[in-house]
Design a protein around this ligand. Structure first.
Ligand code: ADP
Length: 207
């Protein structure tokens, strides 16, 4: 169980805005997070990953406290070990597809399984600049899942995929998440983007 209760002042959205979220996510659950652009969806994921600290709040995962502003606890992103899919992919320009995955896992069989699910098995020697947007996005997803995360945070992860590719990829990801028992939070500003994925829903609105 992931318990979150946080408050963070956001800069520059129609003046002052506060991101205030109290939510709990069961282990192994999938949640779609909607909300308009600028509502703080990306910021929310980054707070969970430990990349941004909120002014107030607490995050605990099972019995472990990841963040508690009252006692000044904040585990580093490395210790939280979440799988993060960034909106801009954050790929390494000088690494091939294969090297991206080997960077986070030394299990060759697992890497091959991921490459098949992401339909990148014929692009293993390509660097990001020689991949399409959709291929780059799939690589970002595979890299995040390659670490076998207990928690996966995805920021607009299917925006560059055509409907057919998306409908083929999602069942593959779901079977991996089931196998790993991963809890998944998926952010989107466009509910249509996540059609076909059965999951709980949550909305973030500006306050
Ligand atoms: P969304 O993902 O819903 O489009 P974002 O989380 O990207 O929204 O941004 C929401 C607002 O938070 C923006 O106005 C942005 O300027 C602001 N913001 C982004 N990062 C930070 C930060 N580290 N601290 C405070 N405000 C931030």
């Amino acid at each position: 169980m992931i318990s979150i209760d946080i408050e963070k002042k956001l800069k520059a959205y129609k003046g002052e805005q506060v991101l205030k979220i109290a939510a709990q996510f069961a282990n192994g659950s999938i949640t779609k997070i909607y909300g308009p652009s600028g509502a703080g969806k990306s910021t929310f994921l980054k707070i969970i990953a430990g990349l941004i600290d909120p002014e107030h709040g607490k995050i605990s995962v099972d019995n472990l406290v990841w963040l508690d502003t009252a006692t000044k606890v904040s585990l580093s992103p490395q210790k939280r070990k979440v799988g993060f899919v960034f909106q801009n992919y954050a790929l390494f320009p000088n690494m091939t597809v294969q090297q991206h995955l080997e960077y986070v896992s030394d299990d060759a069989q697992w890497i091959n399984q991921l490459l098949v699910i992401g339909k990148l098995e014929t692009f293993t020697s390509h660097k990001p600049e020689y991949l399409s947007g959709g291929q780059q996005q799939r690589l970002a997803i595979l890299r995040a899942i390659a670490i076998r995360p207990k928690l996966m945070l995805m920021d607009e992860p299917f925006s560059a995929l055509d409907p057919k590719m998306k409908s083929e990829l999602i069942p593959g990801l779901k079977s991996l998440w089931d196998e790993l028992g991963t809890t998944v939070l998926i952010v989107s500003h466009n509910p249509q983007e996540l059609e076909g994925l059965t999951a709980s829903e949550m909305e973030i609105n500006p306050m």
